[in-house]
Design a protein around this ligand. Sequence first.
Ligand SMILES: [Zn+2]
Length: 433
Amino acid sequence: MRRFFSLVSLSLLALSCGKEPAGDPMIAAAVADVSIDSVRTYIDELVAFSTRHTLSTQTDPEKGLGAAVEYLAGRCGRWGREAGSVRPQLLVERVFYTVGENGGRYDRIVDVPELMVTLPGTRAEREILLVAHIDTRVLDVMDSTSFAPGADDDGSGVACLLETVRILSKVPLEQTVKCLFVSGEEQGLDGSRHFAVRAREEGWPVLAVLSNDMIGNVRASGTGLREDHKVRVFSESRSGEDSDSRQLARYIKEMASVYVPEQEIVLNYRTDRYLRGGDHSSFLREGFTAVRICEYCEDYERTHQDVRTEDGVDYGDLASYVDFPYLVRNIRVNLAAVMNLAMAPARPDNVRIANAMELDNNTRLTWDPVPGASYQVLCRETDKSEWLPALPMDLPDKVDETGFYCPLSKDNYYFAVRAVSPDGHPGLPAVAR
Ligand SMILES: [Zn+2]
């Protein structure tokens, strides 16, 4: 039997739409646990490797990419051991891939390392990937020996992943979180491509990819603009205004508004910035849902520069230019989104406008049930880019078929449906077609 839940008045709908999702104390505590001292330490330690260039030394115990990867592996492994049996044991995996076979930004063929840290979920049906790049560069992209501190690009993203591993090593989540510390970004996104291809070939059940690349700078070179309470989330536009990546971007903004309201999420409906790319593109190319999180202002006197003073201007990506309170807020934004996704049910399949072929001023939606979930219907007018706050619907636990009926015209709104866990974590929405 088909069951529909009807809201008979528009005012009730408006009232329901005004309700904000309640914050989960466990997630709020994890968000609060992000430590500015820890983050500062990570970046100082990363800068101390002098360069983390993809072609830098792998044998020096104190310099270069090899030492940096060992440092990251050591830190994450230690947190895993300290957490003991609090959660399924985290896994630290060093991964090598070959570069230089096709020329490009390589002058030799070499196997380069990167790192995957898996925080297995208790249910482990889906995976949320966090990505940041270890490697750094100076002006000459082939220079693998000069001091290339990479405090912001992308020490800030690496610090975000490290702090996430530290905190989540103590917190059992239902779904798996994988932190990918990639190399080869500055040489052409090679490390992330390696992981993205592997994820597709091995059939990883990837729900979402969040690439953090440059999330610690607040100053714009050339204009002097300063924004320390705004961060951008880039979501591609090629597959339309309701692409899965765009749903993810909106979701990050919504979760941030609950757990990190002091940080404004600016949705950028582009894949990336002019002349610049990032590791999320590797995952988009393999068909995954992926966004890039990036500071609002960029400083071209910092990134990709040789460390020097010229005409009274200081150049270089040093830790002293990172705004640590800003970076901490951005790490909190990541945690809020990732933890909610990792506690949420699957996205409903086959969300349909059931009366699309009828001249009917109501809207009737149907979808395949998600076990154990309740549902929220989201809506927005067709010229708006963001969903109105959630419309809650309480459905009985066991329904063979699910649906929704409301007196809003399907001609005037877009609709989406998402599943919500019994303890209130919403999943990613599926747009009604
Ligand atoms: Zn970068």
